[in-house]
Design a protein around this ligand. Structure first.
Ligand SMILES: Nc1ccn([C@@H]2O[C@H](COP(=O)(O)OP(=O)(O)OP(=O)(O)O)[C@@H](O)[C@H]2O)c(=O)n1
Ligand SMILES: C[C@](O)(CO)[C@H](O)COP(=O)(O)O
Length: 232
């Protein structure tokens, strides 16, 4: 049976959210983003290990969260770095047994378990790198340095990329060893010339980045409540 590890980068400062604490530890309707991200991952039933990557001063707080959500799957906590890729590399050092590695932003904390399982299944079926994606819904323009439109981009070939991103463990290690900077892990794998394939993402896997995203996340959670459950 394949050993599937999930890295959860949760060491970002959340500057765009502006809550004065690292984003993964911000409250979302009574629980932190990190609590909720771990719930979704663990509920997939697809994981052998989870490694959460957090700021050094929040390691103890993270251990408390992990103890609350833990079941059969071991959860380790490691300290992250200045950039997301540094945090992923710190996590990778803690998963030496893995055949498959998922990288899942704590900030995408409402990602449904089915999306997690879909990514794992695609890697186990033979794809070395898999990203969940959604079609782009807005008209896309390119602009110059002054903001003047230089063209309309054909959005038919564009996709908006989510996490978890799933990888053959050796491919992800090679990708991170070969390059430093990318906005996502699949971007590093692309540079190796390894094909990255897509599976359908989910609208609820959006990344909580700005205050408006928190408003949306609260609404999603309220809509998930079974009717009458809030009245006690
Ligand atoms: N040095 C970093 C930076 C980001 N992340 C994590 O990577 C995910 C995606 O990053 P992003 O949404 O850009 O988070 P922040 O860097 O926290 O956001 P901001 O740029 O607003 O500060 C988040 O779960 C974040 O905690 C991380 O583990 N280590
Ligand atoms: C990995 C990622 O979530 C894919 O959409 C995203 O690229 C990471 O966050 P950032 O806002 O690009 O730093």
């Amino acid at each position: 049976m394949a050993y599937v590890a999930a890295l959860v980068p949760a060491a970002g400062m959340g500057l765009r959210l502006g809550e004065n604490l690292p984003k993964a530890f911000v409250d979302l309707s009574g629980r932190t983003l990190l609590d909720r991200a771990l719930d979704g991952l663990l509920a997939s039933g697809a994981l052998s290990q989870v490694v959460v990557v957090v700021p050094g001063p929040l390691v103890d707080r993270t251990r408390e969260i992990c103890a609350r959500v833990a079941g059969d799957v071991p959860i380790d906590v490691v300290v992250g770095g200045a950039e997301r890729a540094d945090s992923v590399r710190a996590g990778l050092r803690a998963v030496d047994r893995a055949d498959v590695v998922l990288v899942h932003d704590a900030a995408r904390c409402l990602t449904p378990p089915e999306t997690v399982a879909r990514v794992v299944d695609a890697v186990l079926a033979g794809s070395p790198a898999v990203v969940p994606v959604l079609p782009v819904v807005d008209t896309m323009k390119s602009v110059d340095a002054d903001g003047v439109v230089t063209g309309t981009v054909d959005r038919a070939s564009l996709r908006s990329v989510q996490t978890p991103q799933g990888f053959d463990a050796d491919v992800l290690r090679r990708a991170h060893a070969a390059a430093d900077h990318a906005t996502d892990d699949a971007g590093l794998v692309e540079r190796l010339g390894v094909p990255v394939t897509t599976v359908p993402g989910h609208p609820e896997a959006f990344k909580i980045t700005t205050p408006m995203d928190l408003v949306l996340a609260r609404a999603v959670l309220a809509a998930r409540q079974p009717v009458g459950s809030e009245s006690g």
